[in-house]
Design a protein around this ligand. Structure first.
Ligand code: SF4
Ligand code: SF4
Ligand code: SF4
Ligand code: FES
Length: 599
């Protein structure tokens, strides 16, 4: 099919909208509420176009492209209408640019400049709206909301339905649906789909700046597996390319004394979880299936919606909690440092990790193991705020505290990666391969190819639900992998047929996490995912139990019987979301690292 947009003859496929044809051909049409992962809602009305022969302007995001169409996206009439709609949107969006995470990359501001729209001509009609804060993880500031409803749909796709539209017309507001009996699980998918910085992570960056100023303490940064293939996008680089060298450099530039890789912690999670899998295989009364627990939004979901599943969750702590624990115990002891002098900041793709870090059971001697969590977006904001040109940074390798992470750790950011990592180790250990410092390459072990199995491609990929049968020792185990909480219901009725299940709350796993750069779409997730598997394939050590530095630490913990304090965690039934509200004008950026009391 051929049509013309702005005088250019273009090809389109049946079923495509005008906006899709335009984007594919490099023609930019402003489209705030459009998101390829979501339904077309046509709420912002910025994508207006003029179609020859039609009286009324049309929204490009919802109008099917047709053969022979002649479309103008930049005629004087279109520009006038777009400017009017933009001004109305800006009247609904209270300007808080000075404290806004999106200030360096704000589409609304860019459009206001392009269309020469005064941002302050209309009264800010939502100024008096309050902010709803979900634990210390996510908040929705009603005073900035442009009513696109993307957050409501994103939450519904997660199967949570915690957000609803209240009121109508100019009184419309996005509110938590407290009567529904549903509870927020802090996944941040609402924030990932918000075009107006109204739904966002609760900012921890002011608290982190304060930590960095305090030179009486040692402040250490640790960064998650998936952010190395996504942070570059914030600076115009392609998704899926590994920028871990630049991340080491920039974190040092920001003032962190040491920088470590959470991949070290992921190897501890794998080791602990694989050991638990093997232990359950030898226990006739064990609860099956074993389920992963390194995704805190999934844990929050299970604790509220399915407390009957809590005995199934592995007690292995999540990677950043493990590596922070190693810093504040083993490393502190080795270097004769009081753990109270150490501050650990995690850089995560995740909003729920903020909530996890504040969980009371994850403390050591009364102190949190992780002192603050920044999302990928917050790190990008800090880099831009400090005027650092990320693209010009030379890569570095950081400190040699615990920087060894296996290839198995690198794939934690992809759906299926946690399970594949645990299977690599469980299969090897079940075959008798030793965990001491020399991996067993004996002839006996090599005889059975399944003992040497490294890749489990059947659990990889972006499909919302995957399953496979794998051999671990002499047993055939049925395994299932879910990404996107909304897909969990497909598995629920069949649960008893499985031995091992991975659940990651965000679509695609952490590569699609609620704290990742905007936009995050299926195409971008696919590139980030491919980047992680490339890192895995490039590593000489690809199985957690071959990571010698991790084994040294693991044995140190075991020898001192510190497993309960450092390796394992507990879960408990929850009574609902941690919800608080902030009155307009009361946002105090330096007061934000507060968690509401647990209900
Ligand atoms: S954080 Fe997740 S569960 Fe909570 S409101 Fe947002 S999308 Fe829904
Ligand atoms: S909070 Fe954001 S995503 Fe939700 S309706 Fe408002 S502008 Fe849209
Ligand atoms: S999938 Fe990853 S980013 Fe998403 S909530 Fe879970 S841990 Fe966080
Ligand atoms: S993008 Fe088309 S109406 Fe918002």
């Amino acid at each position: 099919m051929q049509l013309k947009i702005n005088g250019k003859t273009l090809s389109g496929r049946p079923g495509q909208t005008i906006l899709e044809v335009a984007l594919e051909n490099g023609i930019k049409i402003p489209a705030l509420c459009h998101h390829p992962d979501l339904e077309i809602k046509a709420n912002c009305r910025l994508c207006l176009v003029e179609i020859k022969g039609r009286d009324r302007l049309a929204t490009a995001c919802s109008t099917p492209a047709q053969a022979g169409m002649e479309v103008s996206s930049d005629s004087p009439r279109v520009k006038r209408a777009r400017a009017t709609n933009l001004e109305l949107i800006l009247g609904a969006h209270t300007k808080k640019c000075a404290i806004c995470l999106s200030i360096h990359d704000c589409e609304l501001l860019r459009l206001a400049r392009t269309y020469k729209v005064k941002t302050d001509r209309l009264t800010e009609r939502k100024k008096a709206r309050k902010t709803y804060r979900f634990a210390n993880a996510v908040e929705i500031d009603g005073s900035q909301c442009i009513d696109c409803q993307n957050c409501v749909e994103a939450c519904a796709r997660q199967g949570i339905n915690y957000l609803k539209v209240a009121g109508a017309g100019s009184g419309q507001e996005i509110v938590p649906d407290r009567e529904s009996g549903n509870a927020c699980v802090y996944c941040g998918q609402c924030a990932l789909h918000c075009p107006a910085a109204s739904a966002q992570e609760v900012p921890a960056w002011p608290a982190v700046l304060a930590l960095l100023k305090d030179k009486t303490k040692i402040t250490i940064a640790q960064f998650a597996p998936s952010i190395r293939v996504s942070l570059g996008e914030e600076f115009g680089w392609p998704p899926g390319v590994n920028y871990e060298g630049q991340i080491y450099t920039v974190l040092k530039k920001l003032g962190f004394q040491h920088v470590i890789d959470v991949n070290f912690g992921a190897d501890i999670t794998t080791m602990t979880e694989a050991a638990e899998l093997l232990e359950r295989l030898g226990d006739k009364r064990a609860a099956w299936p074993l389920m992963t627990s390194c995704c805190p939004a999934w844990v929050a979901y299970a604790e509220y919606y399915h407390p009957e599943l809590l005995p199934h969750l592995t007690t292995a702590r999540s990677p950043h909690i493990h590596s922070a624990g190693a810093l504040k115990s083993y490393w502190a002891k080795q270097h004769k440092i009081d753990p109270k002098q150490i501050r650990v900041v995690s850089i995560m793709p995740c909003t729920a990790k903020k909530y996890e870090a504040a969980r009371p059971e994850l403390k050591l001697h009364g102190q949190p193991l992780v002192d603050a969590v920044l999302t990928t977006r917050e790190l990008a904001y800090l880099i831009k705020r400090q005027g650092i040109d990320f693209k010009k940074l030379a890569p570095s390798s950081g400190d040699k505290l615990f920087n060894l992470g296996s290839g198995a750790a690198a794939i934690y950011g992809a759906s299926g990666g946690v399970m594949e990592s645990a299977l690599r180790t469980a299969v090897a250990l079940a075959s008798g391969e030793s965990v001491n410092k020399k991996p067993d390459r004996s002839a006996k072990s090599r005889q059975d190819p399944s003992n040497q199995r490294l890749e489990f491609r059947e659990v990889r990929g972006l499909a919302g639900f995957k399953e496979a049968t794998v051999k671990v020792g002499r047993r055939q185990l049925r395994v299932g992998v879910v990404n996107g909480l909304g897909n969990f219901h497909r598995l629920l009725p069949q649960l008893k047929h499985y031995h091992y299940i991975e659940v990651m709350s965000c679509p695609g796993g952490c590569i699609g996490g609620g704290g990742q750069p905007l936009p995050t779409t299926a195409a971008i997730r696919a590139k980030r995912l491919a980047g992680l598997y490339e890192i895995d394939a490039s590593r000489s050590v690809r199985r957690a139990h071959e990571n010698q530095a991790m084994l040294t630490y693991y044995e140190w913990v075991k020898d001192r019987h510190l497993g309960a304090q450092l390796l394992h965690t507990k879960f408990k039934r929850s009574r609902g979301s941690l919800l608080s509200t902030v009155k307009p004008g009361k946002e105090s950026l330096f007061n934000l690292w507060k968690t509401p009391a647990r209900p």
